[in-house]
Design a protein around this ligand. Structure first.
Ligand code: SF4
Length: 715
């Protein structure tokens, strides 16, 4: 500590998947401690001291206690108000209610819906509680809404989850293909690195594929403003051109991949002309994009929710990866497909297996040997882990709605804002027998549905690790004590778990929840990764302390982590070969109609994050976009007699909301745009997910949050 208890704590930003290092300044005051400022960590390899507007204002959001959940609250009956209680009663009650439901209805009557903003250690304990103790795989997270199509794309193409690339590639790429990514807003610090690389080298060219002319698209050398959802047709058309022009790496395809002949057959239907017609772009632009990509010394693609949040998100990811595989644009400096993670720790959650469709360390629920490995490592009796796949996010709330699932424990996320078709989610929570909400903030849209509210500590107050978009594990550290009775998420989950264990565990069973600090939980997690694709046998808190953030894989014998994967052409599939898959183009899940003639797109604002529970507390962050609004092309507004600023009703088959009208040619005629952030706290209704639709990708089970058919009229 310095004079006056002043201190600097090294940590990681809690917002996006860039994972910037921060230095938190704090001081001692009469009531305890407070955070006084945040600056970029000049030594962190993600950001080298840079921060965006959200990271720069972290201290302002962290200082405010307004709206914080400060003590546990319970209610006995749904119609009663919750009342503050002490931790012992809260933990006993939650454990008793959940254990009772498991005893009466079986383990799959309970579900967990957690968050890509939890730390890896929090995720680990929740996952062990659901799968190891209760015996249900019903644990999914808001990462399902974010990255699951990228995961299925990587697994189907390469045999394992995780990008083959690293941030250094941003500086070495000669052609950068942004697909469904407004990186200028969603990943600002990486975007600065790209801008600087482009300024240094005038030969660097950017292609942006996006139906909207976003700030990223406005800076592109070539903007392909495709019709929403037509990405697969575009990538297939580009690959058709590369085949025709002989721009493939035939030797690589023959030696290191399978499935190309079948794909090549399919590609015959995707002539550039036909593909350009489907996409609504000039054919010469599609051909130029293919030429730039295929002839580039190093082509890097950066992609995000525009590909993932789609009923065909897996195919979109695969079709883009095909371009890289067919030209061997991967496994070397500046080249590769690079999914940019939305949330700060969607990657860490997958590493511990904290989702309904996976087990620890990228193992498969349906694989008998994988379940046996986890059972042995957790000291469970053979056959303890359920082979039944769990319910992914949309199915989970549907099962709550139908009564198949009786109780849900929601942690660090706000599904009454972020799920598609939130009217249905509200009904599901009303019908549930028991709802636990574990939250740092008491004023989210989901908290009113809680029978038990468990106050959690948040960024600046808790310890653990996160993994960013380039597979780099960084420490998150507490700078100040949590306010009131708030406790770390892992601690709350462990305390309930121990109580349930005392009631449900078989006599003589080994205790499951002995780890009592983030460092020892991390050690447990590390042991499960040994020998897996994400082996971190060489990493522990001491190593992270002495050597700073590290990339995986980092096995025990390694001196450092691996920056790029598959450089040797050996992939993580059973035969070591990458896979091509036939990816026919399929249209969006909800076509427009006479009744709903407009295409609604959703996305982010520059200075806000998710449902604004944190950024919404910082006045400065409203300067860029002060109000919610619906953006419409001026021609469409004129045809409807609508004027700028007037209130319009946006309706879909599922619901409606009222927004002020903004006019902009950023969207094409026939398309409107609304930001995802504004929620029931700011609007008379719950935000844009009143109208979004819950169709999911059959393989990734990620919903198509990016597109819905709507009608717009005067309110
Ligand atoms: Fe935080 Fe992302 Fe901004 Fe970095 S780019 S400061 S991680 S929000």
């Amino acid at each position: 500590d310095g004079p006056g208890g002043r201190r600097i704590t090294r940590s990681t930003c809690c917002y996006c998947g860039v994972g910037c290092g921060v230095l938190i300044h704090s001081e001692r005051i009469a009531q305890g401690e407070r955070i006084t400022g945040v600056e970029g960590d000049p030594e962190h390899p993600a950001n080298f001291g840079r921060l965006c507007s959200k990271g720069r204002t972290l201290a302002d959001s962290a200082r405010s206690l307004h709206g914080r959940a400060l003590w546990p609250e319970l209610r006995g009956r749904r119609q009663d108000a919750r009342r503050p209680v002490d931790w012992a009663l809260a933990l006993d009650t939650v454990a008793e209610r959940l254990a009772g439901i498991v005893e009466r209805h079986g383990p799959d009557a309970v579900a967990f819906y957690i968050s890509g903003q939890l730390l890896t250690e929090d995720y680990y304990v929740f996952n062990k509680l659901a799968k190891g103790l209760l015996g249900t795989n019903n644990i999914d997270t808001n990462s399902r809404l974010c990255m699951s199509s990228a995961v299925t794309g990587y697994k189907l193409a390469f045999g394992a989850d995780g990008p083959p690339t690293c941030y250094e590639d941003l500086e070495h790429a000669k052609t950068v293909l942004f697909a469904g990514s407004n990186a200028a807003y969603a990943h600002p610090v990486l975007f600065r690195r790209l801008e600087e690389a482009k300024a240094r080298d005038p030969d660097v060219r950017w292609i942006v594929v996006d139906p909207r002319r976003t700030d990223t698209a406005a800076m592109a050398d070539l903007h392909l403003a495709i019709q929403p959802g037509t990405d697969v047709a575009l990538f297939n058309g580009m690959l058709h051109h590369l085949v025709w022009e002989g721009l493939l790496d035939e030797a690589f395809i023959a030696a290191y991949t399978t499935g190309f002949p079948e794909l090549k057959q399919l590609l015959r239907d995707y002539t550039p002309r036909m593909s350009a017609e489907i996409c609504g772009v000039p054919v010469q632009d599609l051909v130029a994009a293919a030429e730039w990509f295929g002839r580039s010394p190093a082509a890097l693609s950066l992609y995000c929710m525009g590909l993932n949040q789609s009923a065909h998100g897996t195919d979109k990811n695969l079709a883009l990866i095909h371009l890289h595989l067919a030209t061997r644009q991967l496994g070397r400096s500046g080249a590769g497909p690079f999914s940019l993670t939305g949330q700060p720790n969607a990657m860490g959650g997958r590493e511990v297996g904290g989702m309904a469709t996976m087990l620890a360390a990228h193992r498969e629920i349906g694989d008998d040997a994988h379940r046996a490995e986890v059972e042995a490592l957790w000291k469970l009796a053979p056959g303890s882990l359920s082979p039944r796949p769990g319910l992914a996010a949309v199915e989970l709330f549907e099962a709550l709605h139908s009564g198949k699932v009786k109780a849900v424990w929601i942690a660090c996320t706000n599904p009454v804002h972020s799920m598609p078709d939130i009217g249905r989610v509200r009904e599901a929570l009303q019908r549930a027998e028991y709802v636990v909400v574990q939250e740092a903030f008491a004023d989210t849209d989901t908290v009113p549905y809680a029978d038990a509210l468990l106050p959690a500590s948040t960024w600046g107050e808790k310890d653990g690790t996160v993994t960013n978009s380039e597979r780099r594990i960084s420490r998150v550290r507490a700078a100040v004590a949590a306010p009131g009775q708030a406790r770390p998420d892992w601690w709350i989950a462990r305390e309930v778990a121990r109580r349930i264990e005392a009631r449900l565990a078989a006599p003589g069973a080994a205790p499951l929840f002995e780890a009592d600090a983030p460092a020892t939980i991390f050690d447990e997690h590390r042991a499960l990764t040994v020998g897996r694709d994400l082996d971190i046998g060489g990493l522990d808190y001491l190593r992270l302390e002495s050597d700073g953030p590290q990339q995986w894989p980092f096995p025990a014998a390694a001196a450092q982590g691996q920056a790029r994967r598959y450089a040797d052409g050996v992939f993580a599939t059973a035969d070591g070969r990458a896979r091509f898959h036939a990816t026919p183009y399929k249209p969006v899940a909800e076509p427009t109609s006479a009744r709903y003639p407009l295409r609604l797109l959703t996305g982010r604002l520059r200075d806000q994050w998710h449902g604004m529970s944190r950024t919404g507390r910082v006045p400065e962050l409203f300067a860029h976009s002060p109000e919610p609004g619906l953006r419409m092309h001026p021609d469409d507004a004129a045809r409807r007699g609508l004027k700028i600023g007037e209130l319009v009703r946006v309706s879909s088959k599922r619901g409606e909301l009222v927004l002020p009208l903004e006019l902009s040619d950023e969207v094409g005629s026939g398309t409107v745009f609304a930001a995802m952030h504004w929620s029931g706290q700011h609007l008379s209704s719950g935000g844009i997910n009143e109208v979004s639709q819950p169709a999911v990708d059959a393989r990734s089970r990620q919903p198509e949050l990016k597109h819905a058919a709507v009608r717009v009229e005067k309110a």
